[in-house]
Design a protein around this ligand. Structure first.
Ligand SMILES: [Zn+2]
Length: 392
C-alpha cells in the first residue's frame, strides 16, 4: 500500500446538518440543544424490516465552522456537510458466479473468474449491475444513486380504536368542526357525500342533516353529528384532539394510520390526475397549525416525502388570517443526478448518533430521513457504509 499524499480538506471530519435542523422525537420536533441523549428517541430505518421505527438517540455531535453544501432542485432543498450520509440504493457491479462456464474451474471470487475467462478463453463476461442499500456520504453520490428521503414506518404502537374510527377521525380533522358536545362533519362534494352516507350510517351513531344549496353553492350540504355519548367514548380512547394531532398520529398502528390518512385525504384532499398511484397524486389543504403539522408527519410515516407549499391566497372568511398549506404526498426517492450542489458556505452543524444509524430531520418545511454520521460505537443491523472515490 502506498501512502496517499495529505489532502487539505477543511473540516472534513465535521459532519452533520446545519444547526437549524430539528429532529423528530416522541415529544415533537426538537432542536439539538434540547435533545436528551440516552432518553429521546427518533425515527430511523431498520434494514432488517425495511421499515422505519423508533430508535434511541445515543450520541450527539456539534461542530462549529464546517463546510456545508446546499443541495437543491425544484422540489427539495437540504443543507448538509459533504461527509453527511444518507440512506441510498447505490448501483454496484457484482459477479456472483465463481465457476468458469468454459472449463468448470472454481474461483474464490467472481472477479477472478471473470479475469480467467477473458485471459484463458477470450470470453467477455457481462458485468451485473444491481442496487444495494447503503449509507453514502453526500460527496459520494453518483448520477444513479437513489436517495431515500422516507420509508414506511411501523412505530409499534396502537390505539384502542378500530380502523373505521381512525378513518372517522381523519374525516373530522379534515372536514369537521368541533362543538362542545362533539364534532360535526360537513361535506357537499357529491362523491364524498355518497361515501359518507354509507360509512357513517354503517359504523357510527350520528344524525344526518341536509341543507339546500344557497347563493353560489351548487350542491346540497350534508352534516353528520355524532352523538355526544359516542364521541366522549371515542375521544377518551383515542385522545384525539386537533391541538395534539401530532401525538395522535405517532400513536397509530400501521393500519390505523393508513385509515386515518385515507379519511383525511378524502375529506380535504385533491387528486392529481397525472398519476395513477392512490396517494402520490394527493395533496391535503390545511391552514397552518397542529393538524397541518401532523399530516406532514403522517405522510412521512406512510413512506412519502411531504411536500409543503404555503399558499399566499387564502379564504379569510373561512380560515381567518392563517395561511393555507398544500401538503403533497410525493415520491421519497431522488436520484443523485437530480440533486445538484447549488452553493457552499461555512456554518455550525450537528448530528445525532442513533442505534439504527438513521434519523428523521427537518429543515424548515423539508422533512426527511437521513443518516447519522460518525464513528460507529453501536452495532448496526446490516447496512454497509461505503466510501468510494468522489464522483457525482
Ligand atoms: Zn475456464
Amino acid at each position: 500500500m502506498t501512502e496517499k499524499p495529505p489532502v487539505l480538506r477543511i473540516n472534513n471530519a465535521r459532519r452533520g446538518c446545519t444547526t437549524d435542523t430539528r429532529i423528530l422525537a416522541r415529544r415533537g420536533w426538537l432542536t439539538y440543544d434540547v435533545v436528551v441523549v440516552g432518553e429521546d428517541e427518533t425515527i430511523g430505518y431498520n434494514p432488517a424490516t425495511g421499515k422505519n421505527e423508533w430508535t434511541p438517540i445515543v450520541g450527539l455531535q456539534h461542530y462549529g465552522d464546517a463546510e456545508v453544501w446546499k443541495l437543491q432542485n425544484s422540489w427539495f432543498t437540504a443543507e448538509v456537510t459533504p461527509g453527511h450520509k444518507w440512506l441510498v440504493d447505490q448501483q454496484v457491479t457484482v459477479q456472483t458466479e465463481t465457476a468458469c462456464t468454459e472449463c468448470g474451474r472454481e474461483f474464490a471470487t467472481g472477479r477472478g473468474m471473470t479475469k480467467h475467462r477473458a485471459d484463458v478463453h477470450g470470453v467477455l463476461t457481462p458485468r451485473r449491475e444491481r442496487f444495494e442499500e447503503q449509507l453514502v456520504a453526500t460527496r459520494d453520490f453518483k448520477q444513479s444513486t437513489r436517495i431515500y428521503l422516507s420509508k414506511p414506518a411501523d412505530l409499534g404502537d396502537q390505539l384502542p380504536i378500530t380502523d373505521d374510527e381512525a378513518e372517522l377521525i381523519g374525516w373530522i380533522f379534515g372536514d369537521g368542526y368541533m362543538e362542545p358536545s362533539g364534532p360535526t362533519i360537513v361535506q357537499s362534494k357529491p362523491e364524498q357525500v355518497h361515501y359518507l352516507r354509507g360509512f357513517m350510517a354503517a359504523h357510527f351513531p350520528c344524525g344526518e342533516y341536509v341543507r339546500e344549496p344557497e347563493g353560489p353553492q351548487t350542491h346540497r350540504i350534508y352534516r353528520w353529528k355524532l352523538t355526544s355519548e359516542f364521541w366522549c367514548d371515542l375521544a377518551s380512547r383515542s385522545k384525539a384532539s386537533k391541538d395534539d394531532a401530532l401525538n395522535f398520529v405517532l400513536s397509530l398502528s400501521v393500519s390505523q394510520r393508513e385509515a386515518f390518512v385515507r379519511g383525511f385525504l378524502s375529506a380535504d384532499g385533491t387528486r392529481d390526475p397525472r398519476t395513477q398511484n392512490d396517494r402520490l397524486g394527493y395533496a391535503a389543504f390545511q391552514v397552518s397549525g397542529p393538524v397541518a403539522e401532523a399530516i406532514k408527519v403522517a405522510a412521512y410515516l406512510e413512506g412519502y416525502r411531504p411536500d409543503t407549499r404555503v399558499k399566499t391566497e387564502f379564504d379569510s372568511d373561512r380560515f381567518g388570517m392563517q395561511p393555507m398549506e398544500c401538503i403533497g404526498f410525493r415520491t421519497p426517492i431522488v436520484k443523485g443526478r437530480n440533486l445538484p450542489v447549488v452553493g457552499t458556505r461555512t456554518a455550525d452543524v450537528w448530528g445525532p448518533t442513533t442505534t439504527l444509524g438513521t434519523w428523521t430531520a427537518r429543515q424548515d418545511q423539508e422533512i426527511f430521513l437521513t443518516a447519522t454520521d460518525v464513528r460507529r460505537r453501536t452495532s448496526r443491523p446490516g447496512l454497509t457504509s461505503e466510501c468510494s472515490p468522489s464522483g457525482r
